[in-house]
Design a protein around this ligand. Structure first.
Ligand SMILES: [Zn+2]
Length: 303
């Protein structure tokens, strides 16, 4: 299928999705710098792995308790009881990470955020240079989705219970210049309130995310950690478990770039102001018991 035909289908199914990122010649929320080149049509997504790559591998300190608080604190290190994808499983995981990443490039980063399972399967069959998902690949993804994430240490709640569950495109609002969507209602209202109280320094770094995006993020993180599913799940909710599917969103400070997804964000004026204002509820607090890293940038929305 040609991209033009794909866009025609999108126009028919979701006209509001075609507003485009629109950050060409504007301030790009992905690189937080004036955008002058068309390469920004496919911006780097800061939510890709939700963390800076550490330049040096750090070992777990000796005598660390193997409890949830330690896992949250040392989220980016290997624990002795971590669960890995190995051998053939690792190969298929790596292949799927590439494949879904390609679908994201084909669909466009903005639109990919709200792409459901069925659409993802369909686009693999149509995108030039890609082959349809094989029975084995689909079985792996289904297995990953339906398996209890607790088996590799993620204790959070499941948001999408079925693969067919997704985000309602009619309820998705594309936030100008961000490349991201917010759920209309409580999420959008909270974001607008944050912007009006904190100022334009506050930017949206990730919004509404459906299953294709969460598969992509999780598989990329698992690939980056050499197949360590436990370590991946300490940085990113496994597919089906992300509150980004329900309305939570991530914010950052303009100019901080990738470090918006690091502890440094907690030192910024934006974060300090949010705390002073007192209405921001952080989903993954410091030393939480869910086995998830501290995420000061992740805003909880009750919906
Ligand atoms: Zn988040």
């Amino acid at each position: 299928m040609k991209r033009r035909n794909f866009l025609q289908i999108l126009t028919l199914t979701a006209p509001s999705l075609l507003t485009g990122c629109g950050h060409l010649g504007k301030l790009c929320a992905h690189c937080f710098a004036p955008s002058t080149s068309s390469t920004h049509d496919q911006p780097l997504d800061f939510a890709e792995t939700q963390s800076l790559k550490s330049s040096e591998e750090k070992a777990l300190p000796k005598n660390v308790k193997l409890d949830q608080q330690s896992r949250s604190h040392y989220f980016d290190r290997d624990f002795p009881d971590d669960i890995y994808a190995r051998g053939a499983e690792l190969e298929i995981l790596q292949r799927l990470a590439r494949k879904i990443g390609y679908i994201q490039s084909y669909v466009g980063h903005g639109h990919f955020n709200i792409l459901g399972w069925d659409e993802m399967i369909r686009f693999a069959a149509y995108a030039p240079g890609l082959s349809p998902f094989s029975t084995e690949e689909k079985a792996y993804l289904e297995g990953l989705f339906y398996a209890e994430a607790r088996r590799y240490g993620f204790m959070g709640e499941k948001i999408f219970k079925e693969l067919s569950h997704g985000v309602s495109k009619g309820h998705a609002y594309k936030v100008p210049y961000s490349g991201h969507y917010l759920k209309k209602g409580a999420s959008l209202e909270l974001y607008e309130k944050l912007r009006s109280d904190v100022g334009d320094q506050l930017v949206l770094t990730s919004g509404l995310r459906a299953l294709a995006k969460q598969f992509h993020l999780f598989l990329e993180k698992a690939r980056e950690t050499g197949g360590n599913l436990s370590r991946a799940s300490r940085s990113l909710a496994p597919p089906g478990y992300s509150f980004h599917g329900r309305g939570d969103f991530d914010i950052g400070m303009i100019g901080l770039g990738l470090e918006n997804f690091s502890d440094r964000f907690a030192d910024t004026e934006v974060y300090q102001k949010l705390i002073e204002l007192g209405y921001v509820d952080i989903r993954y607090t410091e030393g939480n018991l869910l086995g998830v890293r501290f995420e000061p940038w992740h805003i909880k929305v009750e919906s």
